[in-house]
Design a binder for this molecule. Structure first.
Ligand code: HEC
Length: 136
């Protein structure tokens, strides 16, 4: 029974193997262990998951204690690098620096991507964030 399940279609098996590799990479990164550089899609997906877990409780609910992170609010941080640094130092509120650097990059990439403030085919890191300005 189990064997038969394992032997089912080649495409299904490939997809599930890929999912396993992805989630292993996610777990390693979440534990602060360096993982190979994510693709842009993986970075944004990871950022989305982390944002929902660590940020949304204040920033996404009606009358949450954090301001709505609109494009205009994000732009007050001027550049992707400055937004990353502010977030890492200060967020989650009164618990800055509690996530890994890779996680803060992923959350920053998610915030910028969801408002179209950066190209979707870029992985956000110290080099690519350099000179990525958020103003219009
Ligand atoms: C416990 C509530 C809380 C959580 C959780 C939280 N924030 Fe905040 N956030 C705030 C508050 C309050 C402010 C306003 C701080 C200030 O003005 O000094 C803020 C401000 C910000 C700002 C600056 C907004 C501006 O006006 O320039 C950003 C960006 C931000 N948060 C991102 C995040 C991210 C990303 C996370 C998750 C890693 C997060 N926050 C988690 C409460 C929270």
């Amino acid at each position: 029974m189990l064997l038969r399940t394992l032997r089912t279609g080649r495409r299904g098996r490939t997809a599930s193997q890929r999912t396993r590799v992805l989630s292993l990479c996610f777990l390693l990164t979440a534990s602060g262990i360096a993982c190979s550089q994510p693709t842009p899609e993986e970075q944004v997906a990871q950022g989305h998951t982390l944002y929902d877990a660590f940020c949304a409780s204040c920033h996404e609910i009606e009358r949450g204690i954090g301001p709505k992170l609109t494009p205009e609010v994000l732009a007050t941080r001027v550049s992707a690098g400055a937004l990353f640094r502010y977030t890492r130092m200060n967020m989650p509120y009164e618990a800055g620096n509690t996530l890994t650097e890779a996680e803060y990059w992923a959350i920053t990439a998610y915030l910028l991507n969801r408002h179209g403030l950066m190209d979707a085919d870029i992985v956000l890191n110290p080099e690519s964030a350099e000179g990525l300005l958020l103003g219009k």
